[in-house]
Write a protein that binds this ligand. Structure first.
Ligand code: HEC
Ligand code: HEC
Ligand SMILES: [Ca+2]
Ligand SMILES: [Ca+2]
Ligand SMILES: [Ca+2]
Length: 478
């Protein structure tokens, strides 16, 4: 009898759970249906990278393959992963030879740490240089110390497009490392300068900016008329999606004359596309100075590591990495998954999101874009939430490098994506924000905004402490 009762009980319990499960499934289904019909389910910021989104908030969050990659593309991604990690060595060597003679680092992964940012330190930070467009005569004042790299050949074409002229003997990037027996182009030292400030409510803060001491091999300082732009390595996940956004969707947001009068212009960069030998829309790099990931990667090989490839070959047409390697490495940065935001139910985070919109951060950090056609099917037809418009904006004197880059002026920067930004220091403790890594915190990054973003910065500066916390919590949830 006892056994009978307990069996009955268990059956009853089972039936009750069954009913609850059924009801909750129904409720979930109804909710999904409702959200779907409201067009929300597909575009929820939880799916920041569309079908390439992953649930991962660990230090490896940027380093995962997109979960929707099919067999062949996944194989290429994995091969690319090995190329991205590979440390090159001095020639001759049986594998990964060909380093230099001039270089900045020996591996892609040596700068893009765990596929995220690099630090503002020599060896990871890059210094781009050029001459002012209007004073080519200044060139003769420079001692010629090293041959210009093969990549600089493509600069000839770009200069004719109005790009900044390379520095004789140095080109457009300072390589501060060289193989044994060769001299680096310069020695770079960095000092931080601090300045105090305070929010509207009196809370104090400190901002820092870098000062560079650049010494040529002959012991002379780099002449002051040479324009210098410092850039830290940026994260490399989700980039294939940005490549797959249609040109028309990006250009539709451009407002070069600020016709709508909201104080925000937004201009496309047009840069030299080496593959097609024509001008193309710039998308990658802090000033959107590269049109495609293939070119971005080939330029990284030649400029950052001294490795020639089919896009930037040796004088005799040969190259140190072949088409297959360049292709796989490109597929790698095209298909790294986007981590999903977290805490989407948290009231403080949701308040922060509203403040982000109210301060018109969304005027540049556009929450939603769409992808169109791409060679990699996993990247096509996705609704994504990168928080960028991929356009150039004048962010004022405080951030200006005074060095034009194709059509970007010395005050302009491409809006960087904010997806995954809350994981920056989980992936790399002490990593900085902004083009030269000067901002130690997200708050410092916002406080540096000026120019077209002056009103947005002002809104943040004037917020109550609890509103500032909510806004930062929202950014950290991305
Ligand atoms: C010495 C450090 C260094 C090395 C080595 C390096 N990079 Fe970079 N990378 C950078 C910096 C700095 C930037 C930003 C450049 C700019 O804005 O002009 C960048 C930008 C990029 C971007 C564009 C990111 C974006 O959001 O627009 C990609 C993609 C990239 N690198 C891939 C690679 C690959 C692939 C390799 C190896 C073949 C590599 N990098 C090697 C420093 C490095
Ligand atoms: C006028 C366009 C514009 C507006 C408005 C704007 N931003 Fe930005 N934001 C940029 C650009 C451009 C950069 C890159 C500047 C640089 O690196 O020097 C940037 C950089 C950032 C960064 C650092 C990103 C990184 O990868 O290091 C954060 C964080 C950020 N913005 C948050 C905000 C917030 C929050 C607001 C609103 C209070 C805001 N931005 C308003 C254009 C804008
Ligand atoms: Ca080489
Ligand atoms: Ca150089
Ligand atoms: Ca406008």
């Amino acid at each position: 009898m006892d056994r009978f009762l307990s069996l009955l009980g268990r059956r009853f319990v089972k039936r009750r759970w069954g009913a609850i499960a059924l009801l909750s499934t129904l409720a979930g289904f109804l909710a999904a249906l409702l959200l779907h019909s409201a067009g929300w389910a597909q575009s929820s910021p939880l799916r920041a990278g569309g079908d390439t989104t992953i649930q991962n908030r660990t230090s490896q969050a940027y380093a995962q393959p997109a979960p929707n990659l099919s067999g062949n593309w996944l194989t290429l991604h994995q091969a690319g992963d090995r190329h991205f990690e590979a440390a090159f060595v001095t020639p001759p060597a049986p594998v990964n030879g060909g380093l230099g003679p001039l270089f900045n680092n020996t591996a892609c992964a040596g700068c893009h740490i765990k596929d995220g940012r690099g630090m503002p330190v020599p060896g990871q930070l890059l210094l781009r240089v050029s001459l002012p467009r209007d004073s080519p005569a200044a060139a003769s004042a420079l001692p010629v110390t090293a041959p210009v790299l093969p990549a600089d050949a493509h600069l000839e074409a770009s200069v004719s497009l109005g790009n900044a002229p390379p520095v004789p003997g140095i080109g457009t990037q300072i390589q501060d490392q060289a193989i044994y027996g060769r001299t680096p182009e310069a020695r770079v030292k960095l000092r931080w300068q601090e300045q105090p400030g305070s929010y509207a409510d009196g809370t104090p803060y400190r901002l820092r900016s870098p000062q560079f001491e650049i010494t040529l091999p002959n012991g002379e300082p780099l002449p002051p008329h040479v324009l210098v732009s410092a850039r830290v390595p940026s994260p490399v996940f989700g980039l294939g999606l940005l490549e797959a956004v249609s040109e028309s969707e990006i250009l539709a947001r451009a407002d070069p004359q600020d016709a709508d009068g909201d104080g925000i212009s937004g201009r496309p960069n047009y840069v030299w596309d080496t593959e097609t030998q024509s001008e193309g829309l710039g998308r990658f790099g802090w000033k959107a100075n590269n049109p495609t990931l293939l070119q971005q990667n080939a330029a990284a090989y030649i400029n950052d590591m001294g490795i020639t490839s089919p896009l930037f070959p040796e004088a005799d047409g040969s190259s140190e990495v072949d088409t297959t390697t360049l292709k796989a490495n490109t597929v790698y940065v095209q298909t790294l998954a986007v981590p999903a935001p977290t805490l989407r139910q948290d009231p403080q985070v949701l308040r922060g999101e509203r403040l982000f919109a109210a301060a018109n951060c969304v005027g540049c950090h556009l929450p939603t874009l769409h992808t169109q056609r791409h060679e990699i099917p996993a990247l096509e037809h996705q609704t994504i939430h990168p928080y960028t418009d991929l356009l150039l904006h004048d962010l004022g004197e405080g951030l200006a490098d005074h060095r034009p880059d194709f059509r970007a002026t010395g005050n302009e920067w491409r809006t960087p994506p904010l997806w995954g930004i809350g994981l920056t220091q989980t992936v790399l403790p002490y990593a900085g924000y902004l083009h030269d890594g000067r901002a130690r915190t997200l708050a410092e990054a916002i406080l540096w905004h000026g120019g077209e973003a002056a009103t947005a910065r002002e809104a943040f500066w004037a917020m109550s402490a609890s509103d500032r916390t909510a806004l930062l919590r929202f950014l950290n949830s991305l």
